[in-house]
Design a protein around this ligand. Structure first.
Ligand SMILES: Nc1ncnc2c1ncn2[C@@H]1O[C@H](COP(=O)(O)OP(=O)(O)O)[C@@H](O)[C@H]1O
Ligand SMILES: [Mg+2]
Length: 295
């Protein structure tokens, strides 16, 4: 399944103002490929994911489009269409911290069977579980009896019960230890290799580098660069890479702006060592990067 996002913008009305969480974001995810959306906490990644799933709260306004396979716009589809025909069937969500996402008082089997029933699927829970590396007996456990890795697999089985062609994984490895991070990433990659489009949202660059075909770098609500991390061009993207423990390990000075008070020019300008007077205007996204000084 192919996802084509164009000019996606999300704002929230709050008492006394507006939060601009996603600004004019455009990208594509192709079948069988994984795009990693990375950026510091609070830059708008989860809001973007929720916009794609039709899960934004009532104080949100959305514009732009997010078209699946050239025919279904996830932004303008009515809520009942998103609930009955899209979520779980065409777009699956791999949740953050699956152990807490599962209901504690019901077995994994009860929760997987419920997902299958809601989808009207004739697929049997045990064989689906087996596909995700679980033994049938694992399904009879309660969430607290599952290891982190098993809970992740149950969550994956539930997310994939309706065989969606687009997977959105929002911080799927937060709180997991490194071996489990790597296993979760490898499982996501094999779901992708079966032909699904995967949007991986994370601030763990190392995990993303293991499986992503391409990176979209998000800063203060905007995607500022799309490409590889081998030779980042935007000063923020270079800063993110240099901040990694296995690279220079130098943090980017300063902090991101408040999304209620975004500067009128490039939002990274106050932290940017390469800034020039032209940076007082928002740079257009052109040829993979939004920057007045990028090489
Ligand atoms: N329902 C809401 N009402 C107002 N602001 C919100 C709402 N949901 C998220 N935000 C704001 O949107 C911004 C982006 O948040 P989020 O997408 O969760 O960031 P992250 O990149 O860490 O996932 C934050 O400033 C957050 O406070
Ligand atoms: Mg988030």
């Amino acid at each position: 399944m192919k996802l084509d996002v164009q000019g996606l913008t999300v704002t929230f009305r709050i008492p006394g103002g507006v939060v601009r969480a996603v600004s004019e974001v455009s990208f594509q995810v192709r079948p069988g490929s994984c795009l990693a959306l990375v950026g510091e906490s609070g830059c708008g990644k989860s809001v973007l994911a929720h916009a794609l799933l039709g899960l934004l709260p009532g104080n949100a306004s959305v514009s732009g489009s997010a078209v699946l396979d050239g025919e279904l716009d996830l932004v303008s589809a009515p809520p009942p269409v998103m609930a009955r025909r899209v979520r779980g069937r065409r777009v699956g969500l791999i949740p953050q911290s699956p152990a807490t996402h599962l209901t504690p008082v019901r077995t994994a089997r009860a929760q997987l069977e419920e997902a299958l029933r809601e989808l009207g699927s004739t697929c049997d829970a045990s064989s689906l579980a087996e596909r995700f590396g679980l033994r049938p007996g694992d399904l009879d456990r309660y969430p607290h009896e599952l290891s982190g890795g098993m809970a992740q697999r149950v969550a994956n089985a539930i997310a994939l019960a309706g065989d969606p062609g687009l997977l959105v994984a929002d911080e799927p490895t937060s709180g997991l230890d490194r071996p489990l991070v790597e296993r979760t990433m490898d499982e996501l990659r094999s779901l992708c290799d079966e032909g699904r489009a995967v949007l991986l949202i994370t601030h763990d660059l190392r995990a993303a580098e293991r499986i992503a075909d391409e990176f979209a770098i998000m800063y203060a609500s905007r995607v500022v660069e799309i490409g590889s991390l081998e030779a980042p061009r935007h000063p923020y993207a270079r800063g993110l890479v240099d901040a990694q423990p296995d690279r220079a390990f130098v943090p980017i000075p300063g902090t991101p702006p408040e999304l209620t008070r975004l500067p009128s020019g490039c939002a990274f300008e106050p932290r940017c060592a390469s800034a020039v007077p032209a940076c007082s205007a928002v740079p257009a996204f052109d040829n993979g990067v939004a920057c007045h000084v990028a090489s």
